[in-house]
Design a protein around this ligand. Structure first.
Ligand code: AHR
Ligand code: AHR
Ligand code: AHR
Length: 481
């Protein structure tokens, strides 16, 4: 059985079922998600390998070979057509054209399920999905339930990495107009024990960790690599539960009456579905989503416990974040441009600016050092890499507003994540392409010989699709110094 078969057996069927990693019904053979590739704008649908099975990641890899791919649609498996697509602007605008949010990279969150490769939805700040007119999602004070599987190590304090019920007009229409799972370490509204991250309930104008706004110590910090979060609500009652998606059972962090502040009892749920954003399209948060569902009645704890057992049995596991030519931590490297006309250029720095400069064996020692980088384990994720300046130890290549800068490691989580890059085979068939861990749609690129974290055909000048594959492909060899 799949999670939605279990909810059905419990008398609380799914009204929406989203996953890029697996079928959530044992008989489901339809499309799980759609990807769009950068090379020609073509799309394809990814289905499970077999009924009820794991997504056919190999089909994605073949379709996306030597280019970039975005997740354009996360299909609803419930049969109601409650698909998630690129979120439109609302109270806040997204970074894409016309204020839409970014779409997620199709390769930002590779995992295995029972040893079979699949991809989750890696939400960088600016990324969001939404459906403003779903069928069957709870409205007003009606009951509902939901769960999601997240990456407990990928979060931030921005508003708001959510999955669940939100406004149908992309605006903050008042207290009680949302009921969505939140994951992260925002303390703007509520918090739990420790320093976070926490699972909380986004009920609009408030992330709730318990009955009252503010701190509720019964909501623990939780950072399992794979974590299950569950939320349910019905008249003057709601509950928040969580656990390790790879083993064990769910714990209840809160179960009881609605918040006492005005507007939350009764609720005024609107019945749209969001992923990765707040109800008003707040787009500052990050997180990773693997699967999640919504029900339109209040599931029992026993039903949720069976769903948790099903998730554990799916055996989520980690897999490599890098591919292509291997890098050796501790080695000194040079990165040679592969764009026609620029093959004498190497990744270098001038002060804090990262750029591409002509370097050769007869260059000055100073320039050779400026074009040499020490490979370090990724400061923000040790499964990827950071690049430390040879001539300015303690300084690393990082992105800031998507420009690449050489900055000192200030020890913050933000810096470490901005300075973490994951390698893969070069998109033009040469060397390696190097994507930003925290923005996997963005690759280390030279443009007018200045270096950026660029997406393939995005809104910035340096995102130009022209020459993208060549500009992001670098031949990595032993450093000049
Ligand atoms: O409730 C927290 C956030 O507040 C909501 O997600 C958003 O709509 C509002 O800004
Ligand atoms: O480069 C994108 C973002 O810009 C970085 O993550 C952040 O540090 C800066 O605001
Ligand atoms: O960085 C040099 C060139 O500048 C890039 O190849 C091209 O995309 C841009 O015009």
């Amino acid at each position: 059985a799949g999670p939605c078969d279990i909810y059905s057996s419990g008398g609380t069927p799914c009204v929406a079922a989203h996953s890029t990693t697996r079928a959530l019904y044992s008989a489901f053979t339809g499309s799980l998600y759609q990807v769009k590739r950068g090379s020609d704008g073509a799309t394809t649908n990814i289905a499970p390998l077999s009924a009820g099975g794991v997504a056919n990641a190999g089909a994605q890899d073949t379709f996306c070979a030597s280019t970039t791919c975005l997740i354009t649609i996360i299909y609803d498996q419930s049969g109601r057509g409650n698909h998630l697509t690129q979120a439109p602007p609302g109270g806040f605008s997204g970074p894409e054209a016309n204020g839409y949010d970014n779409l997620a990279s199709a390769i930002g969150a590779p995992v295995t399920l029972n040893g079979q490769k699949a991809y989750g939805v890696f939400v960088s700040p600016g990324t969001g999905y939404r459906n403003n007119a779903p069928s069957g999602v709870a409205k007003a004070d009606a009951a509902e339930g939901m769960y999601a599987v997240f990456d407990g190590t990928h979060y931030n304090g921005g508003c708001c990495f959510d999955y669940g019920n939100a406004e149908t007009n992309n605006l903050d229409t008042g207290n009680g107009h949302m009921e969505a799972l939140y994951f992260g370490d925002s303390t703007a509204w509520g918090s739990g024990a420790g320093s976070g991250p926490w699972i909380m309930a986004d009920l609009e104008n408030g992330l709730f960790s318990g009955r009252g706004s503010g701190n509720n110590a019964a909501d623990p910090s939780i950072s399992y690599r794979f974590l299950t979060a569950a939320l349910k609500g019905q008249p003057n009652q709601w509950a928040l539960r969580g656990g390790n998606a790879a083993s064990g059972s769910l714990s209840t962090y809160y179960s009881g009456a609605r918040p006492t502040a005005s507007g939350y009892n009764p609720m005024s749920k609107e019945g749209a579905i969001i992923l990765g954003i707040g109800g008003d399209n707040s787009v500052s948060a990050q997180g990773t989503f693997y699967e999640g569902v919504m029900t339109a009645t209040y599931p029992s704890d026993a039903t949720e416990n069976s769903v948790q057992a099903n998730i554990v049995a799916a055996k989520y596991g980690t897999t490599a974040l890098t591919s292509g030519p291997a890098l050796t931590v501790g080695s000194s490297i040079s990165l040679q441009a592969t764009t026609s006309g620029y093959t004498t250029y190497y990744l270098a720095h001038t002060g804090t600016t990262i750029n591409a400069q002509v370097v050769s064996s007869s260059s000055t020692t100073a320039l050779k050092q400026q074009a040499s980088w020490t490979v370090r384990a990724g400061l923000g994720n040790s499964a990827c890499f950071s690049f430390e300046s040879k001539d300015t130890p303690g300084n690393f290549i990082r992105h800031y507003d998507f420009s690449l800068l050489l900055n000192a490691n200030d020890g913050t989580k933000q810096f470490k994540e901005d300075a973490t890059f994951c390698t893969q085979a070069g998109l033009n068939g040469q060397g390696s392409s190097i994507r930003a861990w925290s923005y996997p749609t963005r690759y280390l690129r030279h443009y007018n010989t200045v270096a950026y974290a660029a997406s393939n055909g995005g809104v910035h000048v340096f995102d130009s699709a022209t020459s993208f594959n060549a500009d992001v492909s670098w031949v990595i060899a032993t450093g000049f110094a």
